[in-house]
Ligand binder design. Structure first.
Ligand code: ADP
Length: 499
């Protein structure tokens, strides 16, 4: 809905970031090593502040706190489920209270446009907390008929201590996707935010304490992946790890889990997501939805619309309208409410994206729009459109994680399904058509965890999200996520007095 400009939320002025330490046992700690690391504003390159750098020793402390909070006689274990739910609702209300501050911190740390942080990341975070707050007292097992001599019950119990390793593209939202179901099911957690973006996670630490969660239930340890992250993945005292990030690191995490204590693992990894645009679709709507899908968050989404197959009859018109539509994008200061496109997260990602754009030019794709950096010495990249992309090109196969839209042409349904599925990834896909039959048959044939019909990035907290193939293991969100944070125990009673 259109909100008048004067009513739009404004970022808050932040003189000094308040929470920069390690959060364990509802207290703030300095790192065992004494080290700190800077977190930077990608829009300016400036250091926002120094943050305490957690490593293995700090992870050990956090796990000890989480373990103590999980003991059978602890306040958390004895807490009635409705009270657990109330704490989650309370946390949601505190996030709502601090919504502008959290959106501002998210914008400073990630470079994403402020209004996107406010309306997407914060909205999604609050909804996720309320949704799982509602589940807390509705999680129950079954009684299972076997034969007359036994009565069997299942109990859905918390798994125990859950590690969470969070990426930098949606730092707060990805944290909530893990924190909320974990707490709803009665677990305790040790969370590592990404080293690029620790600030909103640390603010949540202060709200956890304010909401009244018992000490040790939630622990937040800022640090690097190969040190603190690896310590979580291989920790003998952690019972489950949930990870969102790259497929390469996902493989490392599953390997570390297997080699240590076979902790449960859920992974939400990369994508190379196909969109299929049939000639009978609402063309303008398809152009706009797909472009949002490709460029949203500067293309730094595992769900990015990265392989767009357009039926030959409408191909040229689709390309033409895509270029027109891209001209509406406003590149600028992410704190300015007019801005719709900010910088990439860091130098490493920037260079990877520029390298892939160059490979597209070299391998013979046709550059239609953008195609490089904005100015010098900045992390901004122009939204880029390639047409005439061939399936064998690097830009057709590798996850770019940047604002690059690749357009392919196809002739028949059979052909396009085969090409769409010809990928190691299987996260999301989209189909644009006005034929109900075609939408149904194609959505059945696509090997992805989500299929969007005539829409894109239509995420809901009630519906499960996750990948087929190398896009991940398990599902987040919805009722399905509860299973990923529970153990099922069968309790069997012998009835010696049967009829
Ligand atoms: P991206 O490619 O999106 O930066 P990564 O997969 O590298 O994603 O990072 C996502 C998260 O995984 C971050 O919190 C990062 O610190 C963490 N991470 C990176 N390497 C490892 C590792 N070897 N073990 C555990 N966590 C890691």
């Amino acid at each position: 809905d259109k909100i008048p400009a004067s009513d739009l939320p404004q970022p808050v002025k932040i003189q000094q970031v308040r929470y920069t330490k390690i959060f364990i046992n509802n207290e703030w700690h300095t790192s065992a090593s004494g080290r700190t690391f800077p977190t930077r504003n990608p829009a300016t390159g400036d250091t926002i502040c120094e943050v305490q750098e957690a490593d293995k020793e700090d992870v050990d402390k956090a796990v000890a706190a989480a373990k103590a909070a999980m003991q059978l006689d602890s306040a958390w274990r004895k807490m009635e489920p409705p009270r657990r739910g109330r704490l989650l609702h309370k946390l949601a209300d505190l996030v709502e209270r601090d919504r502008k501050l959290l959106a501002t911190l998210e914008t400073l740390d990630t470079g994403k446009p402020f209004l996107q942080a406010f309306f997407t990341d914060l909205e999604g975070s609050i909804k996720t907390l309320h949704y799982y707050g509602g589940w807390a007292d509705k999680i129950h097992g079954k009684s299972v008929p076997v034969d007359e001599t036994y009565l069997c019950l299942t109990r859905h119990e918390p798994i125990g201590i859950c590690g969470a390793i969070i990426p930098w593209n949606f730092p707060l939202l990805m944290l909530m996707w893990k924190l909320a179901p974990a707490l709803s099911c009665g677990n305790t957690v040790v969370i590592k935010p990404a080293e690029q973006t620790p600030l909103t996670a640390l603010h949540i630490g202060s709200l956890i304490k304010e909401a009244g969660f018992p000490p040790g239930v939630v622990n937040i340890i800022p640090g690097f992946g190969s040190t603190a992250g690896a310590a979580i993945a291989s920790h003998e005292g952690i019972d489950k790890v949930a990870f969102t990030g790259s497929t390469e690191v996902g493989q490392l995490i599953k390997e570390a889990a297997a080699k240590s204590n076979l902790k449960r693992v859920t992974l939400e990894l990369g994508g190379k997501n196909p969109c299929i645009v049939f000639a009978d679709c609402d063309l303008q709507m398809a152009v706009e939805e797909i472009q949002k899908g490709a460029f949203y968050n500067q293309g730094q989404c595992c769900t990015a619309a990265s392989r767009v197959f357009v039926q030959d009859r409408i191909y040229e018109e689709f390309v033409r309208r895509s270029i027109e539509n891209a001209k509406k994008i406003v590149i600028g200061d992410p704190l300015d409410p007019q801005t719709t496109h900010g910088p990439q997260i860091d130098q490493q990602q920037f260079e990877k994206i520029i390298g892939l754009i160059e490979s597209g030019k070299k391998e013979g794709a046709k550059l239609e729009y953008g195609g490089g950096a904005v100015g010098e010495k900045s992390l901004f990249i122009h939204p880029t459109i390639f047409s005439e992309v061939k399936d064998s090109m690097r830009i057709a196969k590798e996850e770019i994680f940047g604002p690059v839209l690749c357009i392919f042409s196809f002739k028949s349904k059979q052909e396009v399904i085969e090409r769409a599925n010809n990928s190691q990834y299987g996260l999301v896909s989209a189909v644009f058509t006005t034929s109900m039959d075609r939408a149904l048959s194609v959505s059945g044939a696509l090997e992805t965890g989500t299929v969007w019909i005539n829409c894109y990035n239509a995420m809901h907290v009630q519906t499960p999200f996750g990948g087929y193939k190398m896009s991940g293991n398990g599902r987040e969100l919805g009722e399905y996520a509860l299973a990923e944070y529970s153990e099922v125990k069968t309790v069997t009673f012998k009835m010696n007095d049967s009829m």
